[in-house]
Design a protein around this ligand. Structure first.
Ligand code: 5GP
Length: 237
């Protein structure tokens, strides 16, 4: 597999073309941003951890029947993935109230929901990724009705699989964000990454935050938390 030109540079990853039009290489950076890029920093070693963690989790999901873009880990920071057209939605699943949910509704943090919630944000930095409802997604033709049903059911399956997996690592899966894409034949698959950048992961015994909230909220011990959560995953795979 030959790495070709850089196609895109995002906040946390770079994307390269390859000699196969259906495959891309993603390269994970240590750069960290929060609040739509207003807070910037570096989390040393994050790129390596997010690359490996995302790959392990996606391989697990794939085995459990959720199609993903993961093809092959190339090295510490780089992974071969299937090329998709990204659906411009952030798909957020929550098991416990916190973050923007608690802020938006003035709802206490830490309440365990009887059923997980699913919500969507419209991926648009200029608009600050606004919350969007199903009918507006369909009105703007961001997805078809069928695609949205597929995305929602995959998101809930991902939650079931990852919640159980993280619990076996002594970690509570609080909430997370997914992104989906379409293969050239239109098939919906899971894309982007699943990592402590995109998930809230709390130590099941102590409630200690082992994710990017340590960076967002200036809690300190950011690198240690990423190393800790990766260690938990490696001990259990
Ligand atoms: P909230 O909406 O409470 O801020 O975030 C809910 C979950 O989705 C958290 O696990 C958070 O990490 C993830 N999330 C939501 N929006 C983004 C985003 O723009 N970037 C990243 N990395 N994660 C996000």
């Amino acid at each position: 597999m030959e790495k070709r030109e850089q196609l895109y540079e995002g906040k946390a990853k770079k994307v390269y073309a390859t000699d196969d039009p259906e495959l891309l290489i993603v390269s994970y950076k240590d750069d960290a941003t929060a609040f739509n890029g207003k807070k910037k920093g570096t989390i040393v070693g994050k790129g390596v951890i997010n690359n490996k963690m995302s790959n392990r989790l996606m391989a697990r999901l794939e085995k459990a029947g959720v199609p993903t873009h993961f093809v092959e880990e190339l090295n510490d920071r780089e992974t071969l993935v299937k090329r998709v057209q990204i659906v411009p939605l952030e798909v957020i699943v929550r098991n416990i109230s916190t973050g923007s949910f608690s802020k938006r509704y003035g709802f206490p943090e830490g309440v365990v929901f009887a059923e997980p919630t699913v919500e969507y944000s419209y991926k648009n930095d200029e608009l600050n990724d606004p919350l969007i409802c199903d009918s507006h997604i369909l009105a703007m033709q961001l997805t078809t009705k069928e695609e949205l049903e597929t995305i929602r059911s995959y998101a809930l399956r991902v939650n079931e699989i990852l919640k159980e997996f993280w619990l076996s690592c002594g970690v509570t899966l609080v909430d997370f964000k997914l992104e989906f894409g379409r293969l050239s034949d239109g098939t919906i698959i899971l894309a982007d990454e699943i990592s402590p950048d995109t998930s809230r992961l709390w130590d099941a015994a102590t409630g200690r935050k082992l994710d990017k909230d340590r960076f967002r909220q200036d809690l300190g011990g950011v690198e240690e938390a990423y190393a800790e959560i990766m260690g938990r995953l490696e001990a259990h795979v």
